[in-house]
Structure formats: C-alpha cells, structure tokens
Write a protein that binds this ligand. Structure first.
Ligand SMILES: C[S@@+](CC[C@H](N)C(=O)[O-])C[C@H]1O[C@@H](n2cnc3c(N)ncnc32)[C@H](O)[C@@H]1O
Length: 317
C-alpha cells in the first residue's frame, strides 16, 4: 500500500470540481476529504498522508460532486444554527441565507418565556429545530405537506430529541387546510416560514434543478402561489403582539411587504436583507382588530374595508 499526499489529492479534486463548474471547488474538495477522514475541515493539516485506497474512495466521491450531486447529500448532513440536520433526496437543503431569518426569529422571542412558535413549510425541520435547539422552553410546531420531506423532518426531530432536545410537534398537510391548524388560531408568539417562492421557469443551479424537490423551490408563475395564502394563515395563527417572518425571493423585496401591508391586522412591516445583502425576508407584528390601521395597496393607497385585502381566515383581520 502506498501513502500519498492528502494536499495533492485535494488539489487534484479542486481542479476536477472547478472544471465541472462547482461554485466553491476548493471548499467542497476539503469538505469531502474531511467527511471521509471523519475530521473537521480545519484539522485536515493533521493528516499529511493518506493511503492510495483512501484516494480512490475520495475520487469516487469527488466524481459525484462533479456530477453536481449536492455536497450536503454526499456528506449527509448540514448545520443550521445550532441544529445538525440529516438531508438527502426528497427534501430541500437548508440554505445559509435562511439563518438570517432564524437569527431574527430568535431575537424576536428572546424576552418571552415558553413561546409558541409555528414553522410553516418546514421541509427538513431546519427552522423549527434551529429554534428548538436554541430555545428548549419553546413549544414548536412544524407543518409540512409532502411525505418525503415529512419523513426527513421526522428523522431530524427524533435525532434532536434523542440528543436531549425538546419535543417538536410535526403536522403533515397543506398549510392552507383550515382544519389542520384550527386549534392553533391566535396562540402563536412567532410564525416562521420559508415557502417555495422561485417564479416558475427561473434558471437554477444544477444541484437545485436535479436534487431539490420542485415543490420546495417553485412557487407558481410569479412565485407567490404559496406565499399569498400563507400570509392569511400566519396572521390567523398569531396572538396580538405576535410576530411573523417569511422568507421570499430576492426579486420580491417590494411585492411581499406590500402583501403584508394590505393586511389590516399586521403592522411594523419591514423587509430584511440576507448575509449577501439581498432582500430575503419580511417581518410584521399582529395587532388587535380595534388597533388595525387602514390597509394599503401596493402603491401605499388606502384600501377600502370591503376590498379583497380583508381577512379570509375568519380571524377578523
Ligand atoms: C423552501 S423549502 C423550505 C424548507 C425549510 N423550511 C428550510 O428552510 O430549509 C419549502 C417547503 O415547503 C413545503 N411546502 C410547499 N408547499 C406547501 C404547502 N402548501 N403546505 C405545506 N408545506 C408546503 C415543501 O415541501 C418544502 O419542504
């Protein structure tokens, strides 16, 4: 058996991934090596030499990444806030940009003891588990429609609880199904959501096109098919003073806040950038019906009380 330089193997892998158009070839080459060695990426320097049989296994993994299989599928997990999530085919891979929403959400409930948190469109359970891991006193309810994603969420919740985490409730169904969440009306301190929002037909990276479930990514012709009903649902779930945070496409930095401003029971509507400084999520606060301000249309014009902007959830919003 021959021992060869790990650094040399990683450099060759970086070239392969670069030629395949992988956006961060050096990082991915190192991550795959670290995964195979069972060591953190920062400790790769501790292993100067590897067996040539190890290099063969490594090259096979690199070849899959060159085929644009997501790094997270190859290593099997992704860190999201304090939660480590298992991911694979059939579930959306949590993105770093959603951590901005998670941070905002945790700050929003920082002063509330045992807050009730509802995460709509939960996927792997990323946001729900990110919150539960940081706030074990929270009652967290995660809602997801699609069976494959639900299976991953269930797996992650079990792992979280087995690791000493608090219980997280998982509900399977469409967020727009009024029976599914009827018992939660008006009780949430916080509603979070990262729904599918990419307009149909938008060009996406091969990893997204081939491996993220389309129902997790695309939100209809204008990307708003799920967000529109979700805003009504979220408003109905919030208690007075409760807050919501909804992620959106970076092209929706105006239109999604306008949809929230059209809801008379939502106030303090604000849009936020992600770590790459792109418009990424919108937040708002639920007010009492008697405090409800006139709703405004997309141009800021006051919308008449009988307009379609009034509540469809039966919560009087
Ligand atoms: C962009 S992924 C987000 C997953 C997770 N929250 C995250 O941030 O990684 C959107 C998720 O919403 C789910 N979904 C889509 N439409 C839904 C609906 N009408 N009701 C419930 N879940 C839905 C998809 O299956 C997918 O898992």
């Amino acid at each position: 058996m021959t021992r060869v330089s790990l650094r040399g193997a990683i450099l060759a892998a970086t070239t392969t991934l670069d030629r395949a158009g992988v956006p961060s070839p050096g990082v991915d080459a190192e991550e795959l090596a670290a995964h195979l060695l069972g060591a953190p990426r920062t400790r790769l320097g501790m292993t100067p030499l590897v067996e040539d049989t190890w290099v063969s296994t490594y090259q096979a993994l690199v070849a899959q990444r060159a085929e644009r299989v997501p790094l997270q599928h190859l290593v099997g997990s992704v860190q999201f806030g304090r939660a480590e999530l298992t991911v694979g085919p059939g579930v959306f891979i949590p993105r770093p940009e959603t951590e901005s929403l998670l941070e905002w959400a945790l700050a929003a409930i920082a002063g509330i003891t045992a807050p009730v948190v509802i995460d709509l469109c939960a996927g792997s359970g990323a946001i729900a588990l990110g919150i539960s891991a940081a706030r074990p006193d929270a009652r967290v309810i995660a809602v997801e429609r699609y069976p494959a994603a639900l299976a991953w969420a269930r797996r992650n919740i079990v792992k979280h609880i087995d690791g000493g985490g608090s219980r997280v409730e998982l509900r399977g169904g469409d967020i727009a199904d009024q029976r599914l969440l009827a018992d939660l009306d008006g009780i949430a301190d916080l509603v979070t959501a990262n729904p599918p929002y990419v307009p149909d037909g938008t060009a996406v990276e091969p990893e997204v096109e081939k491996f993220d479930p389309p129902e997790a990514v695309f939100g209809g012709p204008d990307g708003l098919d799920v967000i529109k009903p979700l805003i009504s649902v979220a408003a109905g779930l919030l208690k007075v003073g409760g807050v919501l945070a909804i992620e959106h496409d970076d092209s929706h930095g105006e239109v999604v806040p306008a949809l929230l401003r059209a809801r008379r029971v939502l106030t303090d509507v604000a849009d936020h950038n992600d770590l790459t400084l792109r418009p990424r999520f919108v937040t708002a606060t639920r007010v009492r019906m008697s405090q409800a301000r006139p709703a405004t249309g997309p141009t800021g014009a006051v919308v008449p009380a009988d307009s379609s902007a009034t509540d469809k959830t039966g919560t009087g919003s």
